[in-house]
Design a protein around this ligand. Sequence first.
Ligand code: HEM
Length: 421
Amino acid sequence: MEWIERLRTQTRDLHKTAHALPFFEALWKRTLPLESFVGQLRCLAVVHGALEKFLASHATDEPFRGLLAGHCPKLPLLLQDLELFRHKGVQDILPAVDKALDIADRILVLSKENRTALVGYFYTLEGSTLGGRVMAPKIRDNFPLPEKRGTSFFTCYGDQVQTKWNGFLETLGRSIEHDEAAETVISAAGELFRSLIGVYEALYPFEADQLGRHVVSLNPEAGRHPMPADEAELQAALQAAERCWDAFPYFALRYGERGRRFAASDAAFLTTLCDVDMRAMVDQVYWLADVLAARGIPTWLTETQLRFLHEELVNTRPEKQALYDRVLLAADALRTRRHAAASRESIEALAHELHTRYAVADEPHWASMCLVLAAAAADEASGIGGGLEAVLSWLRNYRSDLASTADALKTFLKEWSRGAS
Ligand code: HEM
């Protein structure tokens, strides 16, 4: 356990630097700008989101299993706090977002190359919740937030914070047995602490020309892709994403709120493709549609999204119709490439047949699921592989009592695909 003391000594030294940061001095003096505060929430959402994605997929591996006992995921709390600012038009401090994304990239690299280092990252992020007790009242002094809202991240463990932390340290101490691993954890904990200090340095003070909109404000897990600079275009894209989300209840059932955030950031990304040449646009649309198809979103759904996007963009800026018509051409390209059941009508006809053959009276969204299954079969028949199995395996997980229906659907749709291809 001696190594834990070395870890904590290092943290104490880094704290001295953190305390002297202009960001915290401004917070104590109640002069922190709103952009810096909201920027902090967005940057922490990027970092915590990246680590929590890794932790979710290693929740049964030691030492993460032990360290996760009683752990409270921070991304949902940060998103809850950010919700307060959703329609306030608070701009991003772009260099700070960039530094937060560097950390997320590093977490991805370490998740493949050096998982022990991520134990050190976990230590630094989990330990930083201890400062929340001090920060929450200062934040409330600095900004007029509604009662009990906006600081849920900073008060995540309530009055249990110290007890939880002691438990975390004890498990951590026990779970690292070799000096080499301990050195890796200590060094990685320091690395993340220093990187976070870099984020805070970028968050305050900042220059006006460093402000802009970044896609992480829509979806902290979206990464670095572009989004429209024009606020009206962005709103049109978000409206299209919402329409598509509502048109297919399958999205909400399968992907939940995380999927909704990706729908928003993907729609924003698709809008920016109007600015590249048509060939490059179609290539990008094919790429995105194929990635999504393999994850259970058939290309007809992406095509529908593009058609909604076209409508919303043209309604918003009719003077740019000629440019936006490229979105329609990209949707048509997807339809043509999916040569089997290319049209909406033929997908609907197949869905109707599924609905009649395999009725599931107690599933309120069965009709919508049949549409998605029909669209996945159309992809399968067109050589866009993998998607049908992705939808069927989700169905088996979603309703284990429908396993035999899923098997029968698989046989029928494979047969149909062979006939249609
Ligand atoms: C880059 C920013 C920061 C990071 C990454 C960070 C990280 C950490 C970590 C890892 C610990 C656990 C130390 C341990 O017990 O082993 C901790 C504790 C703590 N932090 Fe921070 N911290 C930061 C900024 C701050 C600031 C500005 C404050 C000022 C309020 C603060 C207040 C605290 C407090 C009160 C504790 C508990 C210390 C103790 O019980 O001895 N932190 N922090």
